[in-house]
Design a protein around this ligand. Sequence first.
Ligand SMILES: Cc1ncc(COP(=O)(O)O)c(C=O)c1O
Length: 431
Amino acid sequence: MTVEGTKSEVLYDAARLVMPGGVSSPVRAFKAVGGTPLFIDHAKGCKVVDADGKSYVDYVASWGAIILGHANPAILSAITEAAAKGTSFGAPHEGEIRLAKLILARMPRLDMIRFVNSGTEATQSVIRLARAATRRNKILKFDGNYHGATDSLLAKAGSGVATFELPPDAQGVPPGVAADTVVARYNDASHVENILRANPEQVAAVLVEPVAGNMGCVPPKAGFLQELRRVCTEHGALLIVDEVMTGFRVAPGGATELYDLHPDLVCVGKVIGGGLPVAAYAGRRDLMEMVAPCGPVYQAGTLSGNPLAMAAGAAALGELTDSVYDKLESLGSRLEIGLRSACQEARVVARVQRVGSMISVFFNDHPIRNFDDAQRSDKKLYGKLFHALLARGVYLPPSALESWFITAAHTPKDIDRTSEAFEAALKEAVG
Ligand SMILES: Cc1ncc(COP(=O)(O)O)c(C=O)c1O
């Protein structure tokens, strides 16, 4: 037990007595980088302030949920106004229609949406729907793509799962469940085609992160996502695009718009809740009308469509104008240039990969296209860099295999400060 130390250390000791690993979600525990997780006291704009009062420029941004910056005034007032009218009804209300329309307007190829409380619930529900619609059982996912902590989707799921080195079939997942998950190499549509050919009329859906963010930021190769569409159509499998991370972050209409995709079903989350727990799945009317109470695919939630969360999400999407996306792109590009130059100055071989406000640095000299490539990045160096940056007031994701997120509340000055700190920290880490 730490008797004296930082407040975060004291809190961590207290937390570990009552919560496994002291956390509510594994990657938060700093296991991949070592040390004591920061306990956050409050956050504002692009900064988080820990329990000891130290402020950090934040690139975790609640794992991508916080796109406008912390404690955004429009979101706060929407939540306050909604809360005054009651925190949960367990009955339909107008706020759900408002958020549904805002989301569907940004993804005009989708007709209907069902709200849930987390990305995990969204992917879990969407694969049930895909299985019912196709009367097939297998789901194809990609090595290094993460779709939440759903039993069947934990196979080769990148970041958190890899960080903790769980066996490929995570414990507690029955072999029968895992057997219905087929895993392909990311960015390799011909691998998918071969699998679909080898399993005729068995694969219900191909589930993909359109920009992988759970093995660091790995953009799709040109044509990869279009090829998936073609291959799915040819083999009667549905294409499910998991936009929980990319949705309304990489473009006003998410990756679906950015890459001109025609998915059958989409999952969204994070950004659509403005920092509150909301996610959703959406798709073509004929598919979505299979969901209860319209159809036979059961899915439900006591707090789904929660009025505070709906109001926060609507406020967030209302604030996300074209000019905000321009700003995110310009901040992203500034950081990309700054990080590249910092790596050169520190004489460290690295790849900076970015899509909009998702960015990460791999310590490797080849482009990172899939999970095997990502695994070759120097994780020890990342751990040292992570702590050297914390000491300089910059908070990166506590794992080499996570995307970093820029918010609209970062300023060019924050970005430049980050690049300078990165250069100094990298020199220290390799020195
Ligand atoms: C692409 C993707 N899908 C699904 C999820 C699961 O979402 P949640 O953590 O809200 O359950 C995540 C979480 O990081 C994600 O990145």
